[in-house]
Design a protein around this ligand. Structure first.
Ligand code: ZN
Length: 191
């Protein structure tokens, strides 16, 4: 295997003999034992994509429940720049304060889930055309009901030649087995 980030083949196994408790991204205990390595080049700690990992991931996603401890609501973060606010509000505010975005444009939110980011973005950038993408169709109708949202996709292939001025991926990259390749692919979808 190669490092998920830099592609190096110089990886050091981390022996843990199952003593680490595993928790899924939607904050539930996970049974099983996953192989871990650390990259000698870039230092990133990462999981090994093997049959055990693929099985564990399938089990997690089949009943994935986003933010279940808050009934699906966006978690509130405490940030030295913005104070306390829902996570999506902080992310969109940081994006807005950074500048450079026009009053009109086309935005794609990859891993949009139940639409926390799209809703906040629509409030700050009401003239943008918004597009959501998620491998799960579970929130499709919820997403399409958000003002400004024009499409919901389950994959990049479904965008059919659409190009975007902005692509957002919040808490997504760590779910993608080969993030560097995926980011390079996304460049082709940007204006
Ligand atoms: Zn690396």
């Amino acid at each position: 295997m190669n490092c998920h980030v830099c592609g190096s083949i110089s990886l050091k196994p981390i022996m843990h003999d199952g003593q680490f408790a595993l928790v899924s991204s939607d904050i539930r205990p996970v049974t099983g034992k996953l192989a871990l390595v650390v990259c000698n080049e870039c230092g990133v700690l990462q999981k090994v994509i093997d049959p055990e990992w693929l099985t564990a991931v399938e089990q997690i996603y089949v009943s994935y429940t986003i933010n279940h401890q808050s009934g699906g609501a966006d978690p509130v973060l405490f940030n030295s720049v913005c104070g306390s606010a829902p996570r999506a509000e902080i992310l969109v505010s940081l994006l807005k304060n950074r500048g450079g975005l026009k009053s009109q444009g086309c935005m794609l939110d990859i891993g949009c889930a139940n639409g926390n980011i799209l809703q906040r973005f629509a409030q700050h950038f009401s003239e943008w055309s918004l597009h959501g993408m998620d491998r799960s169709p579970f929130w499709r109708e919820t997403i399409l009901a958000i003002p400004g949202v024009d499409a919901h996709y389950s994959s990049l292939a479904e965008t059919e030649g659409q190009r975007f001025d902005l692509i957002v991926m919040s808490h997504v990259l760590e779910h993608i087995p080969d993030p560097a390749t995926y980011l390079r692919e996304l460049r082709g979808y940007l204006t």
